[in-house]
Ligand binder design. Structure first.
Ligand SMILES: NC(=O)c1ccc[n+]([C@@H]2O[C@H](COP(=O)([O-])OP(=O)(O)OC[C@H]3O[C@@H](n4cnc5c(N)ncnc54)[C@H](O)[C@@H]3O)[C@@H](O)[C@H]2O)c1
Length: 337
């Protein structure tokens, strides 16, 4: 499969490395408005550089385009790419609004193109194991969950590019960082029905929020609290999800949620639990999530099925973030049904 990347900034490097690691994948084209940023891909991958995406999309050998541009530009690009007959891998958040997201999903469906959203944390070994524990209902009825992203992004991070921290093109900690964890929370806990949230911009000079706290009620009746920030001194402090069920408690965490920090499950022998903890410790990152998403897209095309992380999944995570924003703005409970 032949890939192209649009947007050659920070995250594009992970996409290019992942494509390189996959045997039947090649990076044949790149597009950015800044010519210098395309040079490494021309030199290392032999990709053809383009400053104009429409020119790039004329290349009939391109099968899949990976969108790595600022979040506010995803929708326009995705629609164009799908209309010109290429499959779409789109960085998170899928877009900045539900209207944009619906346009992306519609354009890919109408043109028979696949759409995958990059929520790579789903492929972390500890996350996959927790999903398996939940699928087997080992924790029984879930009462509640706790989701924490207490990280550091300093002012220099936001000052790297004018789009960062703006409401139109980036959003704050919820839209940019914690959306990964909200996606996992939805994957683990099911559909939300109601949220309440408060947010603030405390320490960074940005338009959007740098700290947020929120409450969720799920369709099942279970509850969750969410705390997210980029203000923690002096570096990333905690990324974790804890799930409390009638027959067990599991916490995945660390500065990045890569490890089991606690597992206690009725009827599961401590040797089994020890084995799970050690397996994760031996290889906490596993295969990089970006590589899994790209491999999965290739398989989805070959098997003519939907990718594992769909446009609808991206939309659900975005809807949750937007409902938090709505609640914080109106100081009201927001219904998602
Ligand atoms: N999945 C993850 O873990 C992860 C991590 C970081 C960023 N992201 C997402 O990736 C996206 C990009 O983030 P980044 O940190 O790489 O940003 P960046 O600012 O480093 O890079 C964006 C690049 O896009 C280029 N660009 C902008 N508009 C363009 C256009 N219309 N056509 C061609 N090129 C254009 C810019 O010149 C820039 O080089 C964002 O949506 C962000 O949320 C995801």
């Amino acid at each position: 499969m032949n890939f192209a990347i649009v947007g050659c900034g920070f995250i594009a490097k992970k996409h290019a490395q992942a494509i390189k690691n996959i045997e039947n994948a090649s990076l044949v084209a790149v597009c950015d408005r800044v010519p210098d940023l395309m040079k490494p891909y021309v030199e290392e991958h032999g990709a053809t550089p383009y400053m104009d995406i429409e020119e790039m999309l004329k290349d009939e050998t391109i099968d899949i385009v990976n969108i790595c541009t600022p979040s506010g530009t995803h929708a326009v690009l995705a629609e164009l790419i799908a209309k010109l007959g290429k499959h779409v891998i789109i960085e998170k958040p899928i877009a900045m609004t539900i209207e944009e997201t619906n346009r992306i999903i519609q354009a890919t469906e109408q043109n028979n193109m696949k759409l995958a959203v990059v929520h790579p944390n789903r492929f972390r070994p500890v996350v996959m194991k927790l999903k398996e524990i939940l699928n087997k209902n080992l924790l029984g009825k879930i009462s509640h969950a706790l989701c924490i992203v207490n990280w550091n992004r300093d002012q220099a991070y936001y000052d790297q590019a004018p789009w960062r921290g703006t409401k139109e093109h980036d959003g704050g900690v919820l839209m940019n960082q914690a959306i990964h964890n909200l996606d996992l929370l939805l994957w683990f806990m099911g559909n939300p029905v109601e949220v309440f949230s408060m947010e603030a911009t405390r320490l960074r000079n940005i338009e959007a929020e740098d700290v947020s706290v929120g409450l969720i009620q799920f369709e099942s009746g279970a509850l969750a609290t969410v705390q997210a920030s980029t203000t923690v001194y002096p570096k990333n402090f905690e990324e974790s999800i804890t799930i409390f069920g009638e027959k067990g408690t599991v916490k995945i965490g660390g500065a990045n949620a890569l490890y089991f920090e606690h597992i206690n499950i009725e009827g599961t022998h401590e040797n089994t639990i020890e084995k799970w903890i050690n397996e994760v410790k031996e290889d906490p990152w596993g295969t990089p999530g970006h590589e899994e998403i790209i491999k999965d897209m290739i398989q989805a095309i070959e098997e003519d099925r939907k990718p594992s992380v769909t446009g609808e999944d991206g939309k659900r995570a975005l809807e949750l973030v937007l409902s938090f924003y709505d609640s914080a703005k109106t100081n009201q409970l927001v219904s998602l049904i």
